[in-house]
Structure formats: structure tokens, C-alpha cells
Write a protein of this length. Structure first.
Length: 238
């Protein structure tokens, strides 16, 4: 049975003070800076910049390469063969896989020795849950509908982050479709060859988060938390 090492990082962004000048912008490449400039809202720009600096700094800790020296590429899409699959490090001698997700001031980064996906989202409202139910696998929809209305947002949020984490892991994203694979509460019905785990965020009950790694077994990872200073200070030790 294959067991993959899995490391998860949670970085908190200070959205009350959206000062992008205090971030380590020099660590980003030209493509990242150009994309950041396309965001109209200061908050959206901050979230993008913070997420990508966090990713570079986490990967620097795992690879021993300076954040600004990391180069990225895309794996081949398993659905169409195009160059838009999972993000990957261009240097194939650095044997790590990673996934990035961010939502409303929280950045989630997962790093593993095998293909991995991560997702974090703020819990939806009841109306969003009802609108999205038809997009689920029939068994997933039945699970959510069996729950009392008051707890459906939490149930749906955990389900949806598992689904997005898995779809990121296989490299297709939502283009694969959301109704064909079961990522519900019954682990026996989930896609074979993958371990999908809910993440416990005790200080952030308004969020759901999950990781998916291509392995038969992976223990619940410790979530390493960092505050906004992680995006400015010298790169700390692992």
C-alpha cells in the first residue's frame, strides 16, 4: 500500500491593511506581477499577490531553492492533452508536487511527493447550496438533502472542497465535470487510488478545506499556520 507524505500550510493575510508594498514582491516573476496588475480591486490584487508569495516561500522551504528562483510550468491536461494541467515546478529535479488555494484572507498550500490538490472556501449560504445541488453526484446530493437545512452549508462546503481538491489533483479542474465522481462522506465510494481528507480548522469554522493526494494512504496532516509576517520576513526555517 502506497503512503504519501503530505504537508499543509495555512497562511493568514491581513486584509484590513491591504498594503501590497510591504509584501516580498521581488520574489514574483514578471508573469505573476503582470497578472496581479489586471485586478481592478485592491483586495483582489492583495489576495493574488499574497497567495503566490506564500506558495513560493512554502516551496522554498521544501526544495532549498530561493523563492524568487523557482520557475513554474503546467503539466499536460489528462483530459485533452493541452498544456494546462496541474501547476508544476519547471525544474524536474525538485521532486515535489503542490497545490494552492485561497479564500477571503486565508491561503492554503499543500505539498506532497505525489500529485496533490487542495481547496479552501468560505461556507456558502443556503441559497447557494440549493442552487448547486443539481451539479452534484446523485449520491452526494442525497446526502446533503438528508441533512437539516441549518447544517447543509457546512455539509455542502466540506463536500465541495473535497471535490475541488480531487479535481485539482487529477489536473483537470472543474472541466472534468462535478457529477461523475463521488466525494461524499462514505470513503469507500470515492475514486480509487486517491486519499481525500477534510482539514480541521478550529479557529476558522466559517471555512471548509480539504486535500487530495494520489496515494492509497495518507495520514491527517498537521496544518502549519503562519500569519501575514510570513509574506514579508526573511524566509524562516522549516
Amino acid at each position: 500500500m502506497t503512503r504519501a507524505r503530505l504537508d499543509v500550510w495555512l497562511v493568514r493575510v491581513n486584509e484590513q491593511r491591504p498594503d501590497t508594498l510591504s509584501l516580498a514582491l521581488e520574489e514574483l516573476d514578471g508573469r505573476e506581477r503582470e497578472r496581479a496588475e489586471r485586478f481592478v480591486g485592491a483586495g483582489d490584487r492583495l489576495r493574488y499577490l499574497a497567495a503566490h508569495i506564500a506558495l513560493r516561500r512554502v516551496l522554498a522551504l521544501h526544495t532549498g531553492t530561493a523563492p524568487g528562483e523557482l520557475r513554474f510550468t503546467r503539466s499536460t491536461c489528462p483530459a485533452c492533452g493541452g498544456p494546462h494541467g496541474r501547476p508544476a515546478l519547471a525544474d524536474e529535479t525538485l521532486p515535489v508536487h503542490f497545490s494552492l488555494s485561497h479564500s477571503h484572507g486565508l491561503v492554503l498550500v499543500a505539498v506532497a511527493a505525489a500529485p496533490v490538490g487542495a481547496d479552501i472556501q468560505r461556507l456558502p449560504g443556503g441559497g447557494t447550496v440549493e442552487a448547486c445541488l443539481p451539479a452534484l453526484h446523485p449520491a452526494e446530493r442525497a446526502e446533503v438533502e438528508r441533512r437539516p437545512e441549518g447544517v447543509r452549508p457546512g455539509e455542502f462546503g466540506r463536500l465541495w472542497t473535497r471535490k475541488e481538491a480531487y479535481l485539482k489533483g487529477i489536473g483537470t479542474g472543474l472541466a472534468h465535470g462535478t457529477s461523475s465522481d463521488y466525494l461524499g462522506a462514505d470513503t469507500r465510494g470515492r475514486p480509487p487510488g486517491w486519499t481525500v481528507l477534510d482539514l480541521d480548522l478550529p479557529e476558522d469554522r466559517a471555512y471548509a478545506a480539504a486535500v487530495a493526494v494520489r496515494a492509497q494512504e495518507a495520514g491527517p496532516p498537521e496544518v502549519r499556520e503562519r500569519d501575514a509576517s510570513f509574506l514579508r520576513a526573511a524566509v524562516p526555517a522549516l
